[in-house]
Design a protein around this ligand. Sequence first.
Ligand code: SAH
Length: 345
Amino acid sequence: MNIQQLLTQLETTHQATPAGIEYLLANEAEQDLLFAAAERVRRNYVGNSVQLRAVIEFSNYCKCRCVYCGINFGNDKLPKFRLTKEQILSAADSAAKAGYKTFVLQSGEDESYTKEYLAEIIAEITQKYGDTAITLSVGERPYSHYEAWFKAGAKRFLLKHEIGNAELYKKLHHGDLLSDRLQAARNLMQIGYQTGSGILIGLPEQTLADIAADILFLQNYNFNMISIGVFISGPGTPLAGHPNGDVGLTKRAMALARLLCPKALIPATSALLSLLPSPEQAMDCGANVLMQKAEPANYENLYALYPRKSDELSIAERRAKVTTMLAALGRTVSETQGNYGEELK
Ligand code: SAH
């Protein structure tokens, strides 16, 4: 089968074999054909609108020791911060006024935000901003916590499994188990969350076969949101000095995720954007979501998953800038909450 036949098959059936996926992941020379196919599927299934999410990164305390992550427990060089309920609500208020319809509450695995306290924050945001959705991204917690937060009003959860090779997962996560992470994702789905997962491209020892298996896993689990990030090496981590993940490979993986999961919400991740000379270059391979930092400016650089400079804009200015960028590509900014499966306008 040549690449055209393979892509036609993908575009019509949304099915591929591990070998077919690996072939396309490796095929840098003809990646423009893959990107074009992903863009056609993106237009047909989720349209031209882009979902903008305001991300409130509310704590960089984390009990985990993920070797790639700048806020890992062992990094004692990074000043720590936690936002209070009032600070989180104030960030949500600025984002709501700027027009955002989704708040993503993200943090390290920080148990000082108890089941009750986070439920209280979620309930207040839900009550104040009726027409907005809350996505949580706070890592693994017991079933009862997820359940309480769902009842309080959070209806989406992002819990990436990062790499589905169980042995490598354990090595990269200080002995933590992939099976625990996957059980947490199953719990979220069972409770009724729109659930997101995803992977990091460029982790040490990761092979194309691993990535192909991960993309098929994301399809088989039917995740609503699929985030394909790219590893960026940072100080204060065991992987300091390790080469960053490959941008082209990341984009090919995103395009394949779009072809296999046509209706999914797929972000152009902030990590990918930070490695590209211009944001347009992340919008040609199937993405329909963009995330923008919305915490108070003085904390932005402390939520340092990887090295990244702030653009020093307010959340409203960020929205204006991205709207102009997208308009030039013939894309619009969604006015809706952008729930999975709804008509996305
Ligand atoms: N504690 C939460 C949120 C994790 S941070 C949780 O456990 O789910 C959000 C995402 O940042 C992670 O899922 C990971 O994919 C990404 N990330 C972490 N370190 C990174 C790095 N060095 N380069 C690129 N992305 C990274």
